[in-house]
Design a protein around this ligand. Structure first.
Ligand SMILES: [Zn+2]
Ligand SMILES: [Zn+2]
Length: 268
């Protein structure tokens, strides 16, 4: 072993820092698998249970563009509004770990699958909390508009997938340690060469509900307008079902009425 490589004190951050193990939270991994989910099933990219009296959302940003089939193409080629695409639909019965607002048992998420010049990545996502029985009683929208060729980027467009939720314990990424823990441990793990030698953390990278965000860039937690640090609601990450979309992280504040929410995006 070269002289200037200190021996690792532990292989796992949980063994090394007992307080870190204490930060474990339950997460529900959604485990998407390509399939043919029905409107009354939880899904990624499946057709959602949508009320007849609510128009399907469109994105009317003016800075839409897509690489299309040629990555050298940087000219905006998508004029006008495009339909949003269904991303996630979760029924309370499939995700017992997710706390729904009173009277709600269905969470839906859509986003615009094009790239926006101002803000790369899928943007303008919208979240909806609904009551399944009410939607069914009121009738369903007869047709969910579909995006056409050239109205989406493949990396932002999930393949319809069924979900097989499982639970696991999730800890923060080492970049996301609480400040005092970071300040205590970072100097101890600093190498003479200037870098740090951190054992692997116990953060789970995957499409999941609850737990900790699987940031690939430095942590960037949003606050609500009243200054509360929001809680991690869910993470959607790129995988076989969803190209290389990076990570899209959703947060909400349960201390404020109306469940204000926000989102962050980072690239792989
Ligand atoms: Zn858009
Ligand atoms: Zn708040």
């Amino acid at each position: 072993m070269p002289r200037d490589t200190p021996e690792l004190p532990a292989k796992d951050l949980r063994t090394l820092i007992p307080e870190y193990a204490g930060l474990g939270r339950e997460t529900t991994l959604l485990n998407p698998e390509p399939g043919d989910p029905g409107v009354r099933e939880s899904s990624l990219g499946g057709e959602p249970l949508w009320p007849a009296d609510e128009p399907w959302p469109y994105c009317a940003q003016e800075d839409h563009w897509t690489y299309g089939s040629d990555w050298r193409n940087t000219t905006p080629i998508v004029p006008g509004a495009v339909p949003m695409v269904p991303i996630l639909q979760l029924f309370a019965r499939d995700v017992p770990g997710l706390e729904f607002p009173e009277g709600k048992d269905l969470l839906q998420l859509v986003w615009c699958a094009l790239t926006h010049e101002q803000d790369p990545g899928p943007v303008l996502p919208r979240l909806y909390w609904r009551n399944e029985a009410e939607v069914v009683a009121g009738g369903l929208l007869s047709e969910i508009p579909r995006v056409s060729e050239g109205e989406y980027d493949e990396d932002h467009m999930p393949e319809p997938s069924t979900l097989s939720p499982t639970t696991a314990e999730d800890c923060p990424r080492w970049l996301d340690l609480p400040k005092d823990m970071w300040e205590t441990w970072e100097p101890r793990l600093r190498l003479p060469t200037g870098g740090s030698m951190w054992p692997s953390d116990s953060n789970i990278i995957g499409t999941k509900v609850g737990g900790w965000p699987a940031w690939t860039q430095p942590a960037d937690w949003p606050d609500c307008e009243r200054g509360h640090r929001m809680e991690h609601l869910l993470t959607i990450t790129g995988d076989i079902q969803l190209g290389d979309c990076g990570g899209v992280y959703f947060f909400h504040c349960r201390q404020c009425p109306g469940l204000p929410w926000d989102w962050r995006f980072d690239c792989h």
